[in-house]
Design a binder for this molecule. Sequence first.
Ligand code: NAG
Ligand code: NAG
Ligand code: NAG
Ligand code: NAG
Length: 334
Amino acid sequence: MCFVFLFFFLESMATELSLNINIKEPRWDQSTFVGRAKHFFTVTDPRNLLLSSRTLEDARRVIEDYRMGKASPGLTEDQLWRAKYIYDSAFHPDTGEKMILIGRMSAQVPMNMTITGCMLTFYRTTPAVLFWQWVNQSFNAIVNYTNRSGDAPITVNQLGTAYISATTGAVVTALGLKSLTKHLPPIIGRYVPFAAVAAANCINIPLMRQRELKFGIPITDENGNRLGESKKAAQQAIVQVVISRIGMAAPAMAIPPVIMNALEKRAFLKRYPMMNAPLQVGLVGLCLVFATPLCCALFPQNSSMRVSRLEPEIQAQIREKNPGVEVVYFNKGL
Ligand SMILES: *[C@@H]1O[C@H](CO)[C@@H](O)[C@H](O)[C@H]1NC(C)=O
Ligand SMILES: *[C@@H]1O[C@H](CO)[C@@H](O)[C@H](O)[C@H]1NC(C)=O
Ligand SMILES: *[C@@H]1O[C@H](CO)[C@@H](O)[C@H](O)[C@H]1NC(C)=O
Ligand SMILES: *[C@@H]1O[C@H](CO)[C@@H](O)[C@H](O)[C@H]1NC(C)=O
């Protein structure tokens, strides 16, 4: 008995970590819901923001060594994966530079819940609306800058233009919706930020993808053989993307207002009105941490459509060349 343990003990001391682990890919199988959810939770884990620069440098050394085919003795597979996710959280994938703190993936959830929570709390006055729209777009610009690609660097000019037009668009939409809802009941006013997100997606996505609406997107049969291009499929793909974007924002922006509207009439919030913003931020955070990733993981990337709903020319073409095909498939895009 003892011998067996001793044997395993010695053997585990002696075996070096295999050098064939692909640390470029996520640790978990991305074709399953659970795998995607685990990967997403690890990548956005806000605790990575608190790591010391020493821990970051250690992770960098482990990863750089491993890439060159060296594993420090005693390194386990778990430690290697942990180092990979720490490394990815802080260093830019192309340039290897340390990234700005609030532009990292691990800052997304805390920043987003603060911005969304404040937008939902301070929606009554015009200066407050302007201010939080500006904060949101500035944050987006920092994320864009942090995440810029290394081989085709985007210029400061391009970043500045995107920043100004994004901020103008967001402010105009929010103020426009605000003035429309001025005479409606207060619960409607609380939904202005959500309506602004929905409106922006309904305008931006079709605008960005107008080429596809004009010329169509590739459709295939179930084995991936290309059958042609379809505008009807493009329309369906765009509608699905708009719905899923709005669906992703929905838990965080639609649930807290109902709860806050009910709570505001209670004694506690009347007595401590400054608890309004922290409560709202907390509620948004709960929704972002749990509901949003689950919603993201729900929608499959491949969409399908019956041949009878395509344009008549393409229907005719498919009937002639591939008479057995009843359903076509297409990538719905992002
Ligand atoms: C940065 O870009 C990568 C791919 O290039 C993407 O996976 C990631 O979500 C982006 N990060 C942020 C914070 O947008
Ligand atoms: C912040 O801006 C981004 C990009 O324009 C948008 O997708 C997001 O919904 C905005 N956040 C809020 C809370 O409105
Ligand atoms: C960030 O980048 C995206 C995609 O390039 C762009 O649509 C958006 O307007 C940018 N946001 C800001 C605030 O610059
Ligand atoms: C914050 O989260 C919402 C809901 O998931 C999303 O629609 C929005 O784009 C995010 N905003 C930022 C600034 O990341």
